[in-house]
Design a protein around this ligand. Structure first.
Ligand code: 4NP
Length: 155
């Protein structure tokens, strides 16, 4: 069993989208029982809320249903999860500061490191932008999630 946590700032746009894409890839590959997938945010401002309606709408158009409720990252996540994916440098730096041990720090990676189709170093925050930003998030995350699944299944 591999456990994966996707992390962004608010846990209402990028990381729940990554969670849904990864879950679908895993399910479609017949690997549902081999993975535990979740997402969380670095702020608790949206705790308990569903994903941003704009992200939900774009997700739906691409065949994904976002059901996650926002929750903040907890220290215990570093025990629960094998791999923790940050959407941007700010997420990455904050996660490293939260990691209780050096072994826990070593679980944190940049999501875009797993892209094979895009040359990009972060998943841009779509929150204050327009529709294209949300489309862009899905396109980058589909690439990164496929790369992540490929790397985990050939281990
Ligand atoms: P996310 O997007 O980190 O991709 O979920 C954001 C959501 C909320 C805020 C910023 C970014 N906010 O400032 O409330």
């Amino acid at each position: 069993m591999k456990s994966i946590l996707f992390v962004c700032l608010g846990n209402i746009c990028r990381s729940p989208m990554a969670e849904a894409i990864m879950q679908k890839l895993v399910n479609d590959a017949g690997l549902k029982k081999d993975f535990y997938i979740d997402s969380a945010g670095l702020i608790s401002y949206h705790e308990g809320e569903g994903s941003d309606p704009r992200m939900k709408q774009h997700a739906y158009r691409h065949g994904y249903k976002l059901t996650h409720l926002s929750r903040p990252v907890r220290t215990t996540d570093f025990d629960t999860f094998d791999i923790i994916l940050a959407m941007d440098d700010s997420n990455y730096d904050k996660l490293r500061r939260l990691a209780p041990t050096l072994d826990d720090e070593a679980k944190i990676f940049h999501m875009t490191d797993y892209c094979t189709q895009h040359v990009i170093d972060h998943v841009p925050d779509p929150y204050y932008g327009g529709a294209q930003g949300f489309e862009n998030v899905i396109e980058i995350l589909e690439d990164a999630c496929q790369g992540l699944l490929d790397s985990l299944t050939k281990e």
